[in-house]
Design a protein. Structure first.
Lengths: 289, 211
């Protein structure tokens, strides 16, 4: 029973890891209708931004998180202006190639700037172990879990209760109608991208202390995040959040009770099953974030 | 013993080889676990292995993954002895662990090259690049030495000439011993057992591998 409890805890913290990356990806997909292959690189940039801000040991952790999110919000907005805005009206193939090319450029620029050696950014929380009901977990992992839930709550409140949030949801439903009633799609998409960037910054600041920072770090996580987003319902932020935890739990239980051989298969097997029986995703609607 | 290996040709091949050798030596292998390179979370597998309680772990793992693994190994409260075959008792691992390097205390590795085997190379690399040499980089450096010796010994610089010269080359390299290629074009450099002690690489034993 204790083993099951520990695996459930592992699954939830793993789910938080995926959710942190997938929620931003889903938001951008919902608002811009562009599959952003460079999202993993934005997450990597967020991690390096955190490394640069927090690494020297001058700023307290909380301030470093806020500063990282601000930097990445600006990076997200710039990414929209330089890449996404230019291909928004272009065919799907052009959009895919543009974001793929951007991801390759960013990854190689990071190699030139920071090199390939992984960097560590441990915090006091990553070294602090908590023992709860016989389960052991680092404070940083719990912080990641709490941070993910809070970030999701704030994002959902923003989407449902603020004017800009409602504009984003309207964009996801009907872009032409938005333009007809005076909503500027470019401004709304740029703000969504800035929020997506800030979420990448938050993800970098919360995940890096239990992982490490290097140019290729976003690849595997983003592949999983894509599976999470599609399984949850493309562009459905709440769906991505829930399916991240489902996939995290499925992975942990598979690794714990079946075999680590099948662990990496699970997210994509879940994805295939979902696409077979629910083509719009587990929580899929035809439109909407 | 539980084996953790990268899910690629190197990891799977080495895990299979070790498994067979352990069986011959009467070492019980409790399980073999594979991971993807760059994986962020080892906790589910570590939790399972912790419950199986093996006496020791063998990690077939590079430094980058090893740094994440060893931190999480401590996080789940495991204390088993760690052996490795990859690059865990190296400058890369020490650098990747940073201030947490004590978590890797006592890891023992069997390797073809280690820091301290060739103090002159260590010194020159440190002076030129301000870092200790990397294991794979050092092996490439010696490969160039072997190539240069083949060219020097034969006096030939064309492709066929170098190939013939490599078949006949005989060169003594610091730490690695005498390098000569057998009928299968395989060299047999010395192996070395190393241990991480006080955040430093300590050479324990050099073992000849020549048949």
């Amino acid at each position: 029973m204790a083993l099951l409890g520990e695996q459930v805890l592992n699954g939830i913290t793993l789910g938080a890891l995926y959710a942190m990356v997938a929620v931003g990806l889903s938001l951008i997909l919902g608002v811009t209708e562009i599959v952003n292959f460079a999202h993993g690189e934005l997450f990597m940039l967020g991690s390096f931004a955190f490394f640069m801000v927090y690494g020297p040991g001058v700023l307290p952790y909380w301030l470093a998180i806020v500063l990282t999110m601000a930097i990445m919000a600006a990076v997200g907005a710039a990414f929209h202006a330089i890449v996404l805005q230019r291909v928004m009206a272009k065919p799907l193939q052009v959009q895919l190639m543009a974001t793929l090319a951007a991801s390759i450029v960013i990854a190689n620029a990071a190699i030139q700037i920071w090199g390939t050696t992984p960097r560590q950014v441990p915090t006091d929380y990553s070294r602090q172990l908590l023992h709860v009901f016989g389960l052991t977990v680092s404070s940083q992992r719990l912080l990641l879990l709490v941070g993910t839930v809070v970030a999701f709550g704030v994002l959902m409140a923003l989407l449902r209760r603020t004017k800009i949030g409602k504009a984003m949801r309207a964009m996801a439903q009907n872009r032409e109608a938005c333009s007809a009633v005076g909503i500027d799609p470019v401004v709304v998409a740029r703000i969504a991208m800035a929020i997506g960037g800030a979420l990448c910054g938050l993800a970098g600041a919360l995940i890096s202390p239990v992982f490490q920072v290097y140019p290729g770090m976003g690849l595997l996580l983003t592949l999983k995040a894509f599976a999470v987003v599609i399984a949850g319902g493309s562009g459905n932020v709440a769906g991505a959040f829930v399916s991240a935890f489902l996939i995290g739990l499925a992975e942990a239980i598979t690794a714990g009770y079946i075999s680590s051989d099948y662990r990496e298969v699970v997210p994509f097997a879940v994805l295939l099953l979902v696409l077979t029986f629910r083509p719009h995703g587990l929580f899929g609607r035809r439109v909407g974030i | 013993m539980t084996i953790f290996a990268a899910n690629n040709d190197f990891g799977r091949g080495a895990a299979q080889e070790y498994r067979e050798r352990f069986a011959e030596l009467g070492v019980q292998v409790v399980g073999v676990e594979y991971f993807e390179q760059g994986q962020a979370d080892y906790r589910p597998t570590l939790t399972k292995v912790k419950a199986q309680n093996p006496e020791a772990l063998l990690l077939i793992m590079e430094a980058k993954d090893g740094a994440v693994f060893v931190r999480q190994f401590h996080e789940v409260g495991m204390t088993q002895r760690i052996f490795s075959r990859g690059s865990l008792v190296t400058a890369e691992f020490i650098e990747a662990m940073g201030t947490d390097v004590a978590m890797g205390e006592g890891i023992e590795e069997a390797t073809l090259w280690a820091l301290g085997q060739d103090p002159e190379l260590d010194r020159l690399h440190q002076e030129r690049w301000n870092t200790p040499p990397r294991a794979h980089g050092a092996m490439a450096y010696y490969a160039m030495h072997v190539l240069a010796a083949a060219i020097e010994q034969s006096g030939k610089t064309d492709r066929a000439g170098i190939r013939e010269a490599l078949a006949a080359v005989s060169v003594e390299l610091p730490g690695l011993g005498k390098i000569e290629f057998d009928d299968y074009n395989q060299a047999h450099p010395n192996m070395v057992i190393t241990r991480l002690e006080g955040g430093q690489v300590r050479l324990i034993q050099t073992l000849p591998t020549a048949p």
